[in-house]
Design a protein around this ligand. Structure first.
Ligand code: WT7
Length: 701
């Protein structure tokens, strides 16, 4: 059995780097994986915020932005020190000469190392909660919780939230969790999930949230990597009409972890009776504890662990070009300052806003813009357990009206899916509280942008199309609503302190109107500091491909007005409904199937998901194609990664198109998947060019 991840001839000259990560270093291939964005061909229309909107906007002109931006890049230390001084620091950072950061992003100058506010001591939980309560905001609502079913809801003030966080943090301490220890969290969107994150942050424990849609195997892989002594979970959850028994998945994962020689001491389980009752939950005495039986007995006050700005705050695993997920590591001070500031400006946050982000805390968006960014600003936040189209396609707008949501942040895939149900489910709700809309996760195609703007926002609410990544911690390229005209499909301009560079295949920055690889040329406070346990991979993946730059993995075009248009990943990462999935991960899941000999996975344009997963599968000799086998291959991916990574299409492949040196030509596979059969290009370098016709013949088999 061998995985088909060998790279394509188009970038064979680069070879594999030491981690096996692959890059498409051929500009002609740019955007091939870029899915739905037809932006480049669209006539660029501009959308200008109303005078009324601009009259209260934090940034109301491009000139105002330009002046602040200039300072942020010419004097980053002064710029960020001014902002950071609005937070509480137990000890101020050391800065005799006014320098608050030190960074080497150039692999030619030694180890890549980034530090912001080093020597400063603070705590992000304290700044998110205690600071507001002490300022008299204790009775302000922190979380409005909306359950899966309409009518099931709850709310928590800042004071109540702080008490709940303190109780859990006291429990964790009592369990022996100390500063620097990892805590794994596998929970659905109950308020207990952000409470768990904040409780860890309070005591200096490193939270590692695993999206509760990952399989037991994926969870165990992450547990084995960060080795927590305690896992927090929930009996189960209802998502739409489905019930998912989360504790069972954790049981399987812990079993597997044990077989690898690692024992997790405690599994603290929140009983979510509306989904799965206690009596229906399998239990391992000694290891499993019901959250409700212990946590409420702890004091509602808890000492804060003061953290160096560069102490680790959390790990979050994300997909790369190789099979092994990367544990992106964020630290405390820079992340705190950066998420708070980006939240404030990109959403034009005002104290009376009600903010709703539909993301799950299992992804970076839920960390930076459902939990930390908004709480650091003292915002009232809607946390939603369910899905956008349950019980019907009007649910989001019902929730908007119920809580008078003024800032709404979601993903293009949700917009496209709701768009399919037409305008009526939107129009039957008022939505007049809405002021700012946000988009994240993938390029938003101009037609979805238009619908979001015209229908959802009644042509009144600017859209912040925020480009960023798990690795960047916070927004990098984003409109500041009211600051400048929007162009549907463009993330527009860089945030303060962000210096994008478009780089060509030779690693040279190119200027003006151009297309190329999107890199960043100077450090920003929110950037990740390393990959858990693998600093070498951090360097080779992000800093070695283009020397002197941080490489994002995305392709990008800059237009004549300096606006940025993201065109999608240029590496072997697929963006499915805003979720990053490495083709190599899916391939390795497929080849683990006993009847699969080889597999190659590519992305293809998908109307709702942005990109779908298209798998070419070669079976072992003598095995017959069948629908049943197809289903069991898909199932292999569900159990190895999770249901969200299930391939949309399995294409039988008697062989894969390989060069004479054995490299799979993914370019050809992408064209076959996209049905662009007249654009296959030169196939004469294939070891066996006849394989292409065989594959085409099997397309609908
Ligand atoms: C990748 C990062 C950042 C939170 C969610 C995803 C794509 C993200 C946009 C956008 C175009 C976008 C990029 C990026 N992406 N936002 N507004 N426009 N592309 O985080 O899982 O780390 O994925 O998502 O390809 O590299 P992630």
């Amino acid at each position: 059995h061998s995985s088909g991840s060998g790279g394509s001839a188009a970038f064979a000259h680069l070879g594999k780097n030491s981690t096996g990560d692959r890059f498409v270093l051929n500009a002609a291939d740019m955007g091939v994986t870029g899915a739905v964005v037809d932006a480049a061909e669209e006539v660029e229309d501009r959308v200008v915020a109303s005078d009324e909107f601009r009259s209260t906007a934090l940034i109301s002109s491009r000139e105002q932005y330009a002046a602040m931006y200039r300072r942020s890049v010419e004097d980053p230390d002064g710029f960020w020190a001014d902002i950071a001084s609005h937070f509480y620091w137990k000890t101020k950072w050391q800065s005799e000469d006014g320098k608050i950061h030190s960074a080497n992003m150039d692999v030619r100058n030694g180890q890549v190392a980034i530090e912001w506010f080093k020597g400063g001591e603070t705590n992000i939980c304290y700044n998110s909660l205690d600071r507001h309560v002490e300022a008299g905001l204790g009775d302000k609502i922190a979380f409005f919780w909306e359950g899966n079913d309409p009518g099931v809801d709850d709310k928590l003030t800042y004071k109540e939230l702080l008490e709940r966080v303190c109780q859990l943090s006291n429990y964790l301490r009592d369990q022996g969790v100390k500063k620097g220890d990892a805590v794994a969290i596998y929970m659905p969107m109950l308020v207990e999930l952000p409470i768990a994150m904040l409780a860890c942050a309070r005591i200096g424990a490193v939270h590692s949230v695993v999206f509760a849609g990952f399989s037991a195997e994926a969870l165990s892989q992450r547990i084995l990597d960060c080795r927590p002594n305690i896992v927090l979970t929930t009996s189960g959850v209802r998502r739409g009409s489905k019930v998912i028994k989360l504790k069972e998945i954790v049981d399987d994962a812990l079993q597997h972890v044990l077989s690898e020689g690692f024992a997790v001491g405690t599994c603290l389980t929140y009983a979510n009776d509306s989904a799965v009752k206690r009596e229906d939950t399998a239990w391992q005495k000694g290891r499993d504890i019901w959250w409700q039986d212990v946590v409420p007995n702890y004091p509602k006050e808890s000492a804060v662990e003061w953290m160096d700005a560069e102490d680790t705050l959390f790990l979050l695993y994300t997909s790369g070009s190789t099979g092994k997920p990367k544990g992106v590591l964020h630290t405390t001070g820079g992340y705190m300052v950066y998420t708070a500031t980006t939240f404030k400006y990109a959403f034009d946050y005002h104290d009376d806003d009600i903010y709703w982000c539909t993301a799950d805390c299992g992804w970076i968006t839920g960390h930076s813009y459902l939990t930390y960014g908004p709480l650091l600003n003292g915002a009232s936040i809607v946390v939603f357990e369910g899905v956008p189209n349950y019980p019907d396609a009007g649910r989001c707008w019902e929730i908007v009206d119920k809580y008078k949501v003024s800032i709404f942040y979601t993903a293009p895939t949700a917009i496209r899916s709701l768009m399919q149900s037409g305008n009526e489910p939107v129009k039957r709700h008022s939505r007049k509280s809405l002021r700012v809309l946000g988009s994240v996760g993938e390029p938003i195609n101009p037609s979805a942008w238009r619908w979001y703007y015209d229908v959802v926002g009644d042509a009144r609410c600017p859209i912040s199309d925020t480009w960023w990544q798990t690795e960047t911690g916070g927004f990098m390229i984003t409109p500041l609503p009211g600051g400048w005209p929007l162009k549907p499909g463009s993330a527009t301009l860089p945030f303060f302190g962000v210096q994008p560079a478009i780089v060509n295949e030779n690693g040279l920055e190119i200027s003006g109107e151009c297309s190329g690889y999107l890199c960043i040329k100077a450090p920003w406070p929110g950037m990740m500091r390393t990959l858990q346990g693998d600093h070498a991979r951090y360097e080779t993946t992000y800093f070695a491909p283009f020397k002197g730059f941080y490489f994002s993995g995305d392709g990008c075009r800059r237009d004549k007005d300096g606006y940025y248009w993201l065109t999608g990943r240029v590496d072997d990462v697929i963006n499915v409904s805003g979720h990053r999935i490495g083709t190599a991960e899916v391939e390795s899941a497929l080849v683990s199937h006993p009847q699969c000999a080889e597999a190659a996975v590519v992305g293809f344009d998908h109307e709702i998901k942005g990109q779908g997963i298209y798998a070419f599968v070669t079976l072992l000799e003598g095995v017959e194609y069948s629908q049943q086998l197809r289903a069991s291959l898909v199932n292999a991916v569900r159990t190895h990664i999770g249901p969200f990574a299930a391939p949309d299409k399995i294409h039988w492949a008697p062989g894969l198109p390989k060069t004479r040196s054995g490299k799979i030509m993914r370019r050809i596979l992408r064209k076959i998947a996209a049905k662009q059969l007249d654009e296959l290009g030169d196939i004469s370098t294939l070891a066996d060019p006849s394989i292409v016709d065989q594959l085409i013949g099997l397309r609908d088999k």
